[in-house]
Ligand binder design. Sequence first.
Ligand SMILES: [Fe+2]
Ligand SMILES: [Fe+2]
Length: 479
Amino acid sequence: MATASGTTADYSEKIPNNVGLHEDRRLQRALESWQPNFLSWWQEMGPALPARDVYLRTAVSVGREGWAHFGHVAMRDYRWGIFLAERDPDRRIGFGQYLGEPAWQQVPGEYRSQLRRLVVIQGDTEPASVEQQRNLGATAPSLYDLRNLFQVNVEEGRHLWAMVYLLHAYFGRDGREEAEDLLRRNSGSADAPRILGAFNEETPDWLSFFMFTYFTDRDGKYQLGTLKESAFDPLSRTCEFMLKEEAHHMMVGTTGIDRVVERTAQLMAENDTDDGAEVAARGAIPLEVIQKYLNFHYSVSLDLFGGETSTNVANYYSAGLKGRWLEGRRKDDHKLADDGMLVDALVDGQIGQAEVPALTGLNTDLRREYTADCQSGVNRWNKILAEAGLPQRLALPHVAFNRKVGAFAGIEASPDGQLLSAAEWAARSPQWLPTDVDKTHVRSLMQPVHERGKIAAWIAPPRAGINGKPFDYEYVHLA
Ligand SMILES: [Fe+2]
Ligand SMILES: [Fe+2]
């Protein structure tokens, strides 16, 4: 099945791939010896609900002619593989000190440890989310949602493969050790936690899952977008293909929150009430609780972008390792050595802005792109509220709200950006972040609906099914 252009996945191989793995026996053997470890990790840490088969999308080609094949498969037999976007033989570096030079096909010795670190940090998030979501199947609101959860899970597993391929193929012995460690660390583990904070938070209910796929997978989209610009071409091509899969994860989040808001709005309008207790009593999630979950997931996802200023990131940029979001569309010199920018900062103890060299402000640049994208979701949910005739609106909290990383880590702020004392925060934060009571209520709604064509009462059905199939399709056959 492998073609000359190398875009079609070869499924005759033990490890499906479009990188000509059979031509490199040593690499092939190394990955084949990692494969059983991956499978035992999947058994142990992957989806806990036993399913006979799931209607899944599998990548079969990365080309423009279409790349996805749909069919019922047992998750354990999912064809995880290695797929890179097509190589552009003329690709040039788009930014930094090597601007205009041919993209690298190998890792330059001087950037080896930095590139390895970038691959490891990205790679660590992929299996982490599978671990965080492993118990959700037991409380799925419908077979359609269950299928989407499993699709996200197998693709995050494939993203782990993508990063492990890079580690094995380009980083020698250290790379192989890092690949082992990606399976050794676990989300929330006391001894060996995942690297980034948000990936050690549990995803205990489906509202959290939708918020995670909306806000945290979207952080992934922006990180992958910067790595797609990398001078290191195999990393760039890997990320380009991962971004296509990531789009589905965010669709799950966007439409999932749409449907939660829609159901709540429907009950509020029908009963002419804005009383959260009444909405809760009728089996849906009060709007103020949705807002609290939004506040939480958005703020922890902002932390994933790192500090407002970073000399590491400035160095990554200048070295060509990590670019900006849509670097090619930026109208500047793509070197930024003489530019400045305003970043969010604590100025004389107040929430404000400070001017810094543009290179050190690149985390802020990326976070702002992300925030603008997040706002588009909020606008869409507000449209659902408006169409139901309701005056209430959802909103993104201020950048200083609930931050544990960066300029605002040491202060407390309200969702509208007012600086608060520790006492004020303690008194008021239960209005802004999910309390134990909220969480217990949301979890109490999470009764499984595993019957074909049925759906839980707290969420509206989707407007469309998957791959043209109806909502009442048998997306999953449970064991
Ligand atoms: Fe991913
Ligand atoms: Fe994802």
